[in-house]
Design a protein around this ligand. Structure first.
Ligand code: GLC
Ligand code: CA
Length: 621
């Protein structure tokens, strides 16, 4: 067993696939909410390890763990009081190493949140910094005699904070913070702060983490007369960070969290020398807007405003996450519309957004959820799933802040949703118990048993996505269609030689990382006995030709729709539907007609004539 003190800890899995993240499906896990192995009411790292088998069965490639560091937990752990350790509720560094080893053996990578922008006010650095104006860490944070500087910088948490400055009676000065007033911002104009952060990065990469989600990364610097967002100094720091990582840690990924417009977001990719990935924030609310308006325009408009990205980079796209459905990057009119449609009860609103999960946002409409997931899995980018959304889990809007969407994972109809053997009163948050989304009706056990469940559907969709690399690395061409409710596009295979991924064999994702688990090989301690997990209804053989374009057609309307698609460029090819492998009539010279059911969608491989009727082999003659 590797331990945190083992000098070999953190060796890269070394798979020779430096851009694995372009084809990966990500899954966001709050460790606290996933599975409680020691029965104290709080999910932990050992519990997550016990559930790796489930995640492998589901077919995800990379986990993103919410902050696991010691913290007073006043902002879900984003208020860190010690960057070098694990929160005692969640386990130990050795538990993390065991988890990483086990995940890597299963072909699953793990990245974690890193909060570079700020710390908790309980962090020893801040306690020292505030203690006087002359201590060694006096300028590790941003201090001022007044609260007048940088008025252009907006307040992010407008529902709680009124200023980015807070008076500290100990030091007798104001300190700067972009988020809660208990989260002072670090001062990156001080090179010692950057050096300390690089040490932290190395510490976790040495243990084997596959990368970081860089939280609130656009706010690292402040400059007069600016909003303090995405300044050149921030990008220069990211380039230094990337260089350090590339030099010593191959195949790691940096994922930027920056709630910005597309034109500013692409700056986080740099020239391919900053973050490899970046969340596409403006796309998310527009997906929800498009299906409610039953019009593709919100989505096509934002995509047309999204500049090309460097070939080794990738968008991270998502429907829901641990925060509110952010409405920062929409117009005021659009915000009013979204709130009126999706947050009818004011208790559903959080900050500038909506504190709800996928299923309740859609009033539990499974067909609509399938449509949104189909878009998530086929639009350009790597999809990031939020734990529990594969079950269509619900939320609890009566819980404070964003806890509405952070309730325990629902494993079974047993006590505490099968999440914990502790007493109900000990649980970090109550599981959902309402008749619609409560754990009695929505849970992993029941859905694994039912072949027609959303969970099995999701698993099949992930399998299909994986057999077509085009979804991850292919180009994107919209298909003209006069019906505004229909969104159609083709994912065109990446040209050979581009960004070093051409020729990747499809369907090898499971074998991508580290040595596969050998049958009979001893498993790491703490692993539960392997149970046979249910198979999903079989998919027809899908060779998934990496050279075929894939046509995706989606009906955003709740009514059946006709679609005349301009597929002239693909004339002669035969659309073969991906879930059933059923061939449709070949694409002819004019417009192609298709009928779509309410919220219906089709994905087709556009198979060339020669692939359908190959030349007979010599020995067959
Ligand atoms: C990010 C996190 C959010 C947190 C904030 C402040 O936006 O996603 O949960 O509250 O940073 O750290
Ligand atoms: Ca626990």
């Amino acid at each position: 067993m590797r331990s945190s003190s083992d000098p070999k800890a953190g060796q890269s899995p070394g798979t020779g696939q430096p851009d694995w993240y372009r084809r990966a499906v990500f899954y966001e896990v709050p460790v606290r909410g996933f599975y409680d192995a020691n029965g104290d009411g709080i999910g932990d790292l050992r519990g997550l390890q016990e559930k790796l088998e489930y995640l492998q069965w589901l077919g995800v490639d990379c986990l993103w763990l919410l902050p696991f560091y010691p913290s007073p937990m006043r902002d879900g752990g984003y208020d860190i009081s010690d960057f070098m350790n694990i929160h005692p509720d969640l386990g130990t560094t050795d538990d993390l190493v065991l988890l990483l080893d086990d995940a890597h053996r299963r072909g699953i990578r793990i990245i974690a949140d890193l909060v570079m922008n700020h710390t908790s006010d309980e962090h020893p650095w801040f306690i020292e910094s505030r203690s006087s104006r002359t201590n060694p860490r006096a300028d590790w944070y941003v201090w001022s005699d007044d609260d007048k500087r940088w008025p252009e910088a907006r307040v992010v948490f407008v529902d709680v904070e009124t200023s980015n400055w807070t008076w500290d009676p100990v030091r007798g000065q104001f300190f700067w913070h972009r988020f809660y007033s208990h989260q002072p911002d670090l001062n990156y104009d001080n090179p010692d702060v950057e050096a300390a952060m690089l040490g932290i990065v190395r510490h976790w990469l040495d243990l084997g983490l596959d990368g970081f989600r860089l939280d609130a990364i656009s706010y690292l610097f402040q400059r007069d007369g600016t909003t303090g967002e995405s300044l050149p100094e921030t990008h220069a720091l990211l380039r230094r960070l990337r260089k350090e990582i590339d030099a010593a840690y191959p195949e790691r990924v940096l994922l930027a969290e920056a709630n910005q417009w597309p034109a500013d977001l692409v700056d986080f990719f740099g020239q391919g020398d900053e973050c490899q990935m970046c969340f596409h924030f403006p796309l998310m609310p527009r997906l929800f807007m498009a299906v409610r308006r039953e019009q593709r325009f919100p989505v096509t408009e934002i995509l047309s405003q999204s500049p090309e990205i460097p070939p080794t980079c990738q968008w991270a796209i998502f429907l829901r996450n641990h925060d509110e459905l952010s409405l920062e990057k929409v117009s005021e009119e659009e915000r009013d519309y979204m709130v009126a449609e999706y947050a009818k009860d004011p208790r559903m609103q959080r900050n500038l957004g909506i504190g709800r999960r996928l299923a309740p946002l859609l009033d539990g409409d499974r067909g609509l959820a399938e449509l949104l997931v189909a878009l998530l899995l086929s639009l350009p980018g790597s999809p990031v799933l939020y734990y529990g959304d594969e079950l269509l889990m619900g939320d609890n809007v009566y819980l404070g802040d964003r806890d509405s969407v952070r309730t325990p994972m629902q494993w079974s109809p047993d006590r505490n949703a099968g999440f914990s053997k502790g007493d109900f009163a000990q649980l970090y948050l109550p599981p959902l118990m309402d008749p619609v989304f409560g754990y009695q009706s929505v849970n992993v056990e029941a859905q694994q048993r039912s072949p027609s469940s959303f969970l099995h559907w999701m698993r099949r969709m992930l399998q299909v996505r994986k057999s077509y690399l085009q979804f991850g690395t292919g180009g994107f061409e919209t298909v003209d269609c006069a019906n505004p409710s229909v969104l159609a596009y083709v994912r065109v295979p990446e040209a050979h030689g581009q960004s070093g991924v051409a020729g990747d064999a499809p369907l090898t994702a499971r074998a991508e990382v580290g040595p596969a688990v050998q049958p009979g090989a001893p498993e790491s301690p703490g692993l539960p006995e392997s149970r046979a997990l249910p198979e999903s209804p079989a998919l027809p053989e899908s060779p998934g030709d990496p050279q075929s374009p894939v046509l995706c057609v989606h009906n955003l309307s709740r009514f059946a729709q006709p679609a005349w698609l301009d597929l002239v460029r693909w004339a002669g090819r035969t659309p073969v539907e991906l879930l059933g492998r059923v061939p449709f009539p070949p694409v002819a010279g004019g417009l192609t007609h298709m009928t779509l059911g309410p919220h219906g969608f089709y994905w087709f491989e556009l198979v060339a004539e020669s692939a359908l009727h190959p030349e007979p082999a010599l020995e067959d003659l």
